[in-house]
Ligand binder design. Structure first.
Ligand SMILES: [Fe+2]
Ligand SMILES: [Fe+2]
Length: 300
């Protein structure tokens, strides 16, 4: 990986998440992670698109690992008395709505950037959760996530070599995913309380996550100067150029856009829509777990 564990670690000053006191908060958090792992089914799409045998083999293995991670979170949630519930719409947008339209977008946005952000959140939970059996499970899973991020970094660098237009497009799209993270941060700040010993660090943690995301973009070569040197207008132009390029690149992306971002838009249901009612998930769930209607995700 282009960033070390140390660089990605945020100092919570010894604050801990308590399984009993923070059960509701942990349930919310683990449900976001659970959804993220279920989106591992999207790896299948990219396996079909893999540029070479080595990449295909990596993805085949990754898909199995993501399915194992689903079980990891279900196991942790059962241990902590947390019920499977729908993920926040911003998480759905980041994990599914931002799904890449090309191999380069997939490896840059979903693997290097997206899984990089999730990895940072996993490190934070490992460092703060006061529940050894859960932390042990997470410690094993992060080894695999680190490899996924590394693969994303390497493949992104390969994809942009000699292609300035692609580098700019990936940068524009990365700025949009950073916006999604900020939206999620605002929601968490408002909902999760500013007096909590761990959650009071959230704004600083997310700022640190953005610093790491920027560092990763620079080390891959997507960003050639500090983000602070790009004016608001230049950033807006990069975003416009990125989405304009997508539009010119094919109407297919435009046609499928509502399918990705509007939960009520009629479309074929995938496991990311139905997993909460799947026998595999309900089999793990605690007795008397009430699962809200999937069509109505929990709102702030
Ligand atoms: Fe995973
Ligand atoms: Fe992963």
């Amino acid at each position: 990986m282009l960033l070390t564990r140390d660089e990605m670690t945020f100092d919570f000053a010894g604050a801990k998440l308590d399984p009993a006191r923070d059960r509701e908060l942990l349930e919310w958090m683990f449900n976001q992670f659970l959804y993220g792992e279920v989106t591992g089914i999207q790896v299948g799409h990219w396996l079909y698109d893999a540029p070479d045998f080595e990449a295909a083999r990596f993805l085949a293995r990754q898909s199995l690992e993501e399915m194992q991670h689903v079980d990891n979170f279900l196991r942790i949630m059962a241990m902590l008395g947390c019920h499977p519930r729908p993920a926040h719409p911003a998480v759905r947008f980041l994990a599914t709505g931002m799904m890449g339209g090309s191999w380069a977008e997939h490896v840059a946005l979903e693997m290097a950037q997206g899984e990089g952000f999730v990895l940072q959140a996993f490190y934070a939970v490992i460092d703060t959760l006061d529940h050894k059996p859960s932390v042990d499970i997470l410690r094993r899973a992060v080894k695999q996530e680190e490899r996924h991020v590394e693969f994303g970094e390497q493949q992104t660098a390969k994809a942009i070599a000699g292609k300035g237009w692609l580098r700019r497009r990936l940068l524009g799209l990365s700025l949009v995913s950073m916006w999604g993270v900020r939206r999620l941060a605002r929601y968490m700040e408002n909902r999760l309380g500013k007096d909590h010993p761990v959650m009071k660090h959230l704004p600083a943690f997310l700022a640190h996550a953005n610093v790491c995301a920027e560092l990763r973009l620079r080390r891959i070569g997507v960003l050639d100067r500090p983000l602070g040197e790009l004016s608001g207008g230049r950033r807006a132009l990069l975003v416009a150029e990125a989405y304009g390029g997508k539009l010119l690149g094919g109407l297919g992306w435009l046609v499928t856009l509502p399918l990705r971002i509007l939960p009520f838009w009629p479309r074929r249901k995938r496991l990311t829509d139905t997993y909460l009612h799947d026998a595999h998930v309900t089999g793990f769930a605690l007795p008397a777990a009430s699962i809200p209607d999937e069509a109505q995700p929990q709102e702030p």
